[in-house]
Design a protein around this ligand. Structure first.
Ligand SMILES: *[C@@H]1O[C@H](CO)[C@@H](O)[C@H](O)[C@H]1NC(C)=O
Ligand SMILES: *[C@@H]1O[C@H](CO)[C@@H](O)[C@H](O)[C@H]1NC(C)=O
Ligand SMILES: *[C@@H]1O[C@H](CO)[C@@H](O)[C@H](O)[C@H]1NC(C)=O
Ligand SMILES: *[C@@H]1O[C@H](CO)[C@@H](O)[C@H](O)[C@H]1NC(C)=O
Ligand SMILES: *[C@@H]1O[C@H](CO)[C@@H](O)[C@H](O)[C@H]1NC(C)=O
Ligand SMILES: *[C@@H]1O[C@H](CO)[C@@H](O)[C@H](O)[C@H]1NC(C)=O
Ligand SMILES: *[C@@H]1O[C@H](CO)[C@@H](O)[C@H](O)[C@H]1NC(C)=O
Ligand SMILES: *[C@@H]1O[C@H](CO)[C@@H](O)[C@H](O)[C@H]1NC(C)=O
Ligand SMILES: *[C@@H]1O[C@H](CO)[C@@H](O)[C@H](O)[C@H]1NC(C)=O
Ligand SMILES: *[C@@H]1O[C@H](CO)[C@@H](O)[C@H](O)[C@H]1NC(C)=O
Ligand SMILES: *[C@@H]1O[C@H](CO)[C@@H](O)[C@H](O)[C@H]1NC(C)=O
Ligand SMILES: *[C@@H]1O[C@H](CO)[C@@H](O)[C@H](O)[C@H]1NC(C)=O
Length: 814
């Protein structure tokens, strides 16, 4: 989706008006179906090819969509060619993406809306926790419940399609500007989060969109750069190419999309950047080959906004819907023209494109629509959307839209309560020296930091701002707050119950410049709470991993004077925490982007109403310099294809890398403390099938791929006990170490987790079902998932580096 938001979008729109008669697309190398032939093939090294996979497979309605599929076919049979072109081509309209109505067939059109933590273009809607926050819960129920509640709001506002959830970026680079929109730097946890979120959204009746497919791991040069100064708009340099080998593709980046397809996701959004040299929205190897053939995807592929770079080539390569329909950056230039639209009509008429392919595109679009009964009574698009939509304001519309129904409908229900709970459950307790937390009814509290107070820049976080708490990041994945509980407001309110003194300083510069001892009266506070933030937004990568606004100095300034300094971060994700071992920093909480109940959620944790159980969905290294897989940012040459990103680290991202390289870290993947303590005992493994073959049985493809891959073949169980004296939840995690025979496999990989709530002294048995996929690697030679010979080590513990119980299995000889 467009990164651009209000400012950039309006400037683009202005530019579009100025340039609209002048733009011609740049010449392209014959729109070779799958990739742009590089001028110099040497620079593409071992990659360079995205082999053509043609033709684009027809949907068949398999996996339980057969009735809806039949309805979709009946619908398509009634369409004229012009109507067919309309069905696959976006139009400027009330929503961020619009497919026009066909009144003669009773089809009311489609409204597509951002984004992964809220319906963005809306008033009276909730702002939920971000993906990274939700992933930190490691809680399947919360992930579902969050998706369902969001889905209810999308539907009530008349959106048919939610442009959510995100599995790309996966989090290859710590610096990725959009990592927070997605879930975890791990395909397994992200896969579960995708599945649960999609089930939630779609059970609420709204279509989900798994995005961004695929390899969208950095923001820098995710789109081509344009030369705006000439008489025609020309591409200076093409978008970055993510060059990913086949095994890494399957085992990391594609993995969570398999979960998404298996969960019957309606739509997949192809990403902006190139993949092995070819734009992701015209890459037939990934769209036709991996997604539609291998995973059996039955829904439709829509382009990211302006991510379509050709007509015929994209259609042949598997793209089913062009969004938002126009040409040029973010699809905003020449909005009356499209690579699809009228061009599709003429390409069918001149027999370049087979009309059956177009029929398949529409069948794919309409099958989930019927499956979710969106043809039945469905709320109208809330008229307030028209005013709020800066992406395609009314002045840009080329068609009339029938705007009816009550405006500014309040769709929030009781979601505030859910959001409060969800973010509390997601808060990760990183340090808790001498049980500094939970607070014990302190009578004197000092609050520091520009993240503690009320927002000063409005309800819509379009940009970074100095004063005010941060509860969501920027770009298409943000939300419009109807209210936002600041930490200071929630804390002041809670502290009144104890008649406590709450003093606060929200100006970081002032705190850093001061001798903090001189600030407070009359006696040193019992606890100093320091609220820090880290901004990230779509469209640019993070420049550093430090907390913003001199936050490290704020901590040092406070901790010099206060021996009970508690640090809370509201951050997009990974931060350097150089103060972690400061003796006066007694506790650290990573709250990420919690959504609208931010203050209440953190107060619930600080005062122990909720026992923390969040776990890191990534690794916090000792130094920012320890991270690998940096974004490609320093291309200084001007060649069209010079932006290349080599995924040479292969499977070694995040903990897989730190483990493989034996690098010690500050807080590892999966880590997070509780106010209680837990133990593990009695690990057992049980084979669920009589014998295991290396290759899966060749079963007919179902959504998600070969069903044999999803078959459970072992059950591992452990007994978890709450050994402390406070009730609470913990997350036992299972990691698999593959036999040495499979070179290049990381030392261990997450393959199971469960969140369990226990009263003090209570125990419960936790079961982890290992599927065939969990014990397989992708063999590039046989083009299959294979279980290798030899011994696997199964470890269960409370983080990736706190593994308590170990057991081994030999699947092929058991
Ligand atoms: C192609 O690129 C390689 C690597 O940068 C360079 O060594 C070679 O000279 C280039 N070849 C041509 C024909 O430009
Ligand atoms: C990208 O190139 C690598 C190396 O040749 C190959 O293994 C992989 O399958 C290609 N992927 C795509 C999507 O073209
Ligand atoms: C898709 O179905 C049509 C018939 O509707 C057929 O003509 C075409 O060959 C099929 N395409 C593929 C790739 O199987
Ligand atoms: C951009 O276009 C202008 C006008 O055509 C041209 O003079 C200039 O060299 C172009 N810039 C680049 C970087 O190609
Ligand atoms: C067809 O595509 C070209 C770009 O290739 C674009 O300039 C033109 O406006 C499109 N025509 C229509 C009718 O959309
Ligand atoms: C057919 O139409 C398409 C879209 O307008 C155009 O790109 C293509 O060049 C045309 N082909 C022929 C053979 O006329
Ligand atoms: C607009 O929508 C309303 C409500 O669905 C419907 O009654 C009306 O006929 C529509 N008007 C047009 C012009 O389509
Ligand atoms: C923050 O504090 C600094 C240093 O005392 C001061 O210069 C600045 O004006 C203050 N900012 C605001 C907004 O008060
Ligand atoms: C800070 O102020 C306190 C109390 O006024 C004083 O004792 C201390 O020396 C000061 N520290 C510094 C570093 O100035
Ligand atoms: C910790 O705080 C105390 C004040 O309570 C102060 O005297 C001490 O110097 C601080 N320690 C450090 C390492 O700053
Ligand atoms: C922390 O500082 C307070 C007030 O200065 C003091 O009463 C308390 O003993 C100190 N605690 C530690 C552990 O040093
Ligand atoms: C990491 O440690 C393991 C076990 O001690 C050792 O086998 C391996 O070679 C080490 N790897 C590196 C990159 O140092």
């Amino acid at each position: 989706m467009p990164s651009t938001f209000d400012l950039l979008v309006s400037s683009l729109l202005t530019a579009a008006v100025v340039n609209c008669q002048q733009y011609d697309p740049p010449p392209r190398t014959s729109d070779a179906f799958t990739y742009v032939q590089p001028r110099n093939t040497t620079i593409l090294g071992p990659y360079g090819h995205s082999p053509p996979v043609l033709p684009s497979p027809n949907a068949t309605g398999l996996g339980g969509w057969d009735e809806a599929f039949a309805e979709a076919r009946r619908f398509v049979a009634q369409l004229t060619l012009e109507e067919k072109a309309d069905m696959v081509t976006g139009q400027p309209g009330p929503c961020v993406g619009n497919i026009v109505a066909i009144p003669r067939l009773g089809f009311k059109g489609l409204c597509l809306q951002d984004g992964p933590l809220a319906i963005r273009v809306a008033d009276y809607a909730s702002v939920f926790s971000a993906g990274v926050t939700a992933a930190s819960t490691w809680d399947r129920n919360i992930l579902y419940e969050r998706g369902f509640a969001m889905g209810q709001e999308f539907k009530a506002k008349g959106a048919h399609v939610a442009l959510a959830p995100v599995a790309g970026p996966l989090g290859r680079s710590a610096y990725g500007g959009r990592n927070w929109e997605g879930f975890a730097a791990d395909p397994y946890l992200t896969g579960v989060a995708m599945e649960r979120t999609i089930q939630g959204l779609q059970d609420a009746g709204v279509q989900a969109t798994a995005k961004h497919y695929i390899g969208n791991e950095q923001e820098t040069q995710r789109n081509p750069s344009y030369n705006y100064s000439g008489p025609v708009l020309e591409i200076d340099q093409e978008a970055i190419s993510s060059n990913i080998d086949d095994r890494t593709m399957h085992e990391l980046y594609h993995w969570p999309f398999a979960n998404a397809v298996r969960a019957r996701v309606a739509s997949v959004m192809c990403s902006y950047q190139r993949l092995n040299g070819s734009y992701a929205c015209q890459n037939s190897k990934s769209l036709n080959g991996l997604l539609k053939d291998e995973l059996g995807f039955q829904g439709y592929v829509m382009s990211d906004w302006g991510g379509t770079h050709s007509g015929v080539a994209s259609i042949e390569s598997g793209l089913d819907m062009d969004m938002p329909g126009g040409i040029g950056p973010y699809g905003l230039y020449r909005q009356e023209g499209s690579f699809f639209g009228g061009n599709l009509t003429s390409a069918v008429n001149n027999k370049t494109v087979d009309e059956t392919r177009v029929d398949d595109m529409i069948v794919r679009i309409m099958t989930p629509y019927y499956w979710l009964h969106q043809d039945k009574v469905y709320p109208s698009v809330d008229p307030s959307t028209v005013q709020l939509n800066t992406f395609s304001p009314r002045s840009t519309w080329l068609r009339e839209f029938n705007i009816t129904g009550e405006a500014s409908r309040d769709v929030r229900g009781n979601h505030g309560e859910l959001i409060r709970k969800q973010a509390a459950e997601a808060t990760v307790l990183l340090k808790n020296k001498g049980n500094a937390l939970p607070l014990k009814a302190p009578k004197s509290i000092a609050v520091f930091g520009n993240d503690a107070g009320e927002d000063t820049m409005g309800a819509y976080n379009g940009d970074n701002f100095e004063f005010g708490t941060l509860a969501a990041g920027g770009g298409s994945g943000t939300g419009r707050f109807t209210y936002l509980i600041s930490p200071l407001a929630a804390l002041s309110s809670r502290a009144r119950q104890d008649n406590a003194l709450v003093q606060f300083w929200l100006n970081n510069t002032l705190i850093v410049d001061s001798n903090v001892t001189d600030l407070w009266i009359p006696t040193p506070p019992e606890v100093c709470l320091v609220f820090l933030k880290s901004w990230a937004t779509e469209g640019s990568d993070r420049e550093h991993l430090s907390v913003d606004y001199n936050g490290e100095d704020v901590v040092n300034s406070v901790a010099k004077a206060c021996n009970n300094t508690v640090v809370i971060t509201h951050s997009s994700g990974i931060n350097e925490l150089p103060f972690a071992n400061h003796p006066n920093v007694t506790a650290i909480l990573a709250a990420h982007y919690p959504g609208e109940e931010s203050g209440n959620s953190i107060v619930d944790i600080l005062y122990g109403n909720v026992n923390p159980s969040g776990k890191l969905p990534y690794t916090i290294a000792k130094s920012g310099r320890d991270y690998n897989a940096l974004p490609t940012t320093k291309v200084t040459t001007a060649g069209s294809y010079d932006w290349q990103s080599w995924f040479n680290e292969k499977l070694e991202i995040d903990y897989r890398y730190f483990d493989a390289q034996n690098i010690s870290v500050l807080y590892e993947f999966g880590y997070g403390l509780s106010y209680s303590t837990f133990s593990l005992s009695d690990i057992k493994v049980e084979a669920l099938v009589k014998s295991v073959s290396s290759a899966p049985e060749d079963l007919p493809i179902q959504p998600g791929g070969n069903p044999a891959l999803w078959e459970s073949i072992y059950n591992v169980s452990v007994l978890v006990t709450n050994t402390g004296n406070m009730e609470g939840a913990t997350v036992p995690q299972l990691y698999v170490t593959f036999p040495d025979s499979v070179l290049g496999t990381p030392p261990k990989q997450l393959r199971g987790f469960d969140k369990v709530f226990l009263a003090p002294g209570k125990s419960t048995n936790v079961n982890f079902e290992l599927m065939r996929r969990d014990l397989s690697y992708w063999s590039v030679v046989s083009q299959k998932w294979l279980i290798p010979e030899g011994e696997f080590v199964i470890s269960v513990g409370f983080s990736s580096r706190d593994l308590k119980k170990v057991i081994s299995i030999k699947p092929l000889t058991d």
